[in-house]
Design a binder for this molecule. Structure first.
Ligand SMILES: [Zn+2]
Length: 74
């Protein structure tokens, strides 16, 4: 599974239907799973503290899409 970075200013394309999903639209898709940086680091050494991985369903065809999402500064 490949991961791309998504942010407010970027978009990813669904690999099945080609739908372009912007950062804002991404947040409205149904969340399947969210891995915090610590969880990813258990699998991938050297993973950044600044990114988590989210898997959501494409709003068009339902394919699971994984992207890196910048951790929100609170
Ligand atoms: Zn799709």
């Amino acid at each position: 599974m490949s991961c791309r970075i998504i942010s407010k200013d970027s978009a990813v394309a669904c690999r099945v239907c080609g739908r372009q999903i912007t950062g804002e639209a991404w947040e409205r898709l149904i969340l399947r799973e969210r891995l915090e940086p610590k969880e990813v680091q258990r699998i991938l050494l050297g993973w950044s503290d600044r990114f988590c991985v989210e898997v959501r369903y494409c709003g068009e065809c339902g394919t699971q899409i994984a992207v890196m999402v910048a951790v929100q500064e609170s």
